[in-house]
Design a protein around this ligand. Structure first.
Ligand code: NDP
Length: 263
C-alpha cells in the first residue's frame, strides 16, 4: 500500500451525521466538511433542524438538514433516499444521535430503558441498514458509531445507556464481520467525558460552592487533567472516515484523555 497525506482527505464524499445539529455531532460534521466532505445531518424536530442550519451557516458550512427520528425505520430510509438525491450516495455514516437517562435502576421503568436502547442502539442499526446497500453498490463505505466509556464500564443510574452503548460496540464488530468483505469499515469512537450540554449537570457547582463530586472524580482520574472538548473528536472522526484507516475495522477508538487506563 502506498500512502499519501491525501489519504486523509474526504473530497467528494457524502457524510450523514445523525443528531448533527449541535454538540458532538455538529463538531464531527464540521471536521468532515473541513476535510472535503459534503455533510448532511438530521434532527428530531423542525425547530432543532432550523437551529442546526443556523449553526452551520454561522460556521460558514454548507449543510443539508433533515427532520428524522432515528428510531423510525421508514423515516430513516426516506431520509437516506433524499440525501442520495440531494447530495449523492452516502459514503460515510456517523451514528451520533443519542440520549441518556440518569435514573437509579430500581426506579427506572422498562419504558425508559427501552427508549434509551431504541435511540442509542436500534437507531444506529436502522441507519446502518439504510446506508449499507448503497455502500455495497459503491464498493466502499465507512460507518462510525459514537460509543462511550459506558461501552466498557457500568455505573450507577445509567443501566439503559450502558446496555445500549455496550451493545453498540458489539454492533460495530458485527457490521465489520458481515460487511468488511465488501470494503466497508465500521468502527466506533468512544468519547471520554466531554463537556457538552449532555454532561453539564455533572459539572454544576454544588450549593455549598464545592465542585460536583463527579467533576472532581473525572479531573482526578483523567491523566490529561481535564474534561474532553468536542474538538478532541474531530481528528479521530476524520481519520476513521478516510482511506488512511482502510485496514482498521471493528475497533473502538477511545478518545478519553487516558481515563479508561486509570479506572
Ligand atoms: P446532545 O444531547 O448534545 O445531542 C444529541 C443529539 O442526538 C441531538 O442532536 C439530538 O437531536 C439527537 N437525537 C436524540 N434523539 C434523537 C432521535 N430520536 N432522533 C434523531 N436525533 C436524535 O449529546 P452530545 O453531543 O453530548 O452526544 C452525542 C453522542 O455522543 C451521543 O451518542 C452520546 O451518547 C455520545 N457521548 C457523549 C459524551 C459526552 O460526554 N457528551 C460522552 C460519550 C458519548 P435534537 O437536538 O434534534 O433532538
Amino acid at each position: 500500500m502506498t500512502f499519501s497525506m491525501n489519504d486523509f482527505r474526504l473530497d467528494g464524499q457524502v457524510a450523514l451525521v445523525t443528531g448533527g445539529s449541535h454538540g458532538i455531532g455538529f463538531e464531527i460534521a464540521s471536521a468532515l466538511h473541513e476535510a472535503g466532505a459534503k455533510v448532511a445531518f438530521n434532527s428530531s424536530s423542525e425547530r432543532s433542524r432550523e437551529r442546526g442550519l443556523e449553526n452551520y451557516a454561522k460556521a460558514g458550512i454548507p449543510a443539508s438538514g433533515y427532520v428524522c427520528d432515528v428510531t423510525d425505520e421508514a423515516a430513516v430510509a426516506q431520509m437516506v433516499k433524499s440525501i442520495t438525491a440531494d447530495l449523492g450516495p452516502i459514503n460515510i455514516l456517523v451514528n451520533n444521535a443519542g440520549i441518556i437517562k440518569r435514573i437509579p435502576m430500581l426506579e427506572m421503568s422498562a419504558a425508559d430503558f427501552r427508549q434509551v436502547v431504541d435511540v442509542d442502539l436500534t437507531g444506529p442499526f436502522i441507519a446502518a441498514k439504510a446506508v449499507l446497500p448503497g455502500m455495497i453498490a459503491q464498493g466502499q463505505g465507512k460507518i462510525i458509531n459514537i460509543c462511550s466509556m459506558m461501552s466498557e464500564l457500568g455505573r450507577e443510574t445509567v443501566a439503559g445507556y450502558a446496555a445500549a452503548k455496550g451493545g453498540l460496540k458489539m454492533l460495530t464488530k458485527n457490521i465489520c464481520a458481515e460487511f468488511g468483505g465488501a470494503n466497508i469499515q465500521c468502527n466506533g469512537i468512544g468519547p471520554g467525558y466531554i463537556a457538552t450540554p449532555q454532561t453539564a449537570p455533572l459539572r454544576e457547582t454544588q450549593p455549598d460552592g464545592s465542585r460536583h463530586p463527579f467533576d472532581a472524580f473525572i479531573r482526578d482520574r483523567t491523566p490529561a487533567d481535564r474534561w474532553g472538548e468536542t474538538g478532541d473528536l474531530k481528528g479521530p472522526a476524520v481519520f476513521l472516515s478516510s482511506r488512511a484507516s482502510d485496514f482498521i475495522n471493528g475497533h473502538i477508538l477511545y478518545v478519553d484523555g487516558g481515563i479508561l487506563s486509570t479506572l
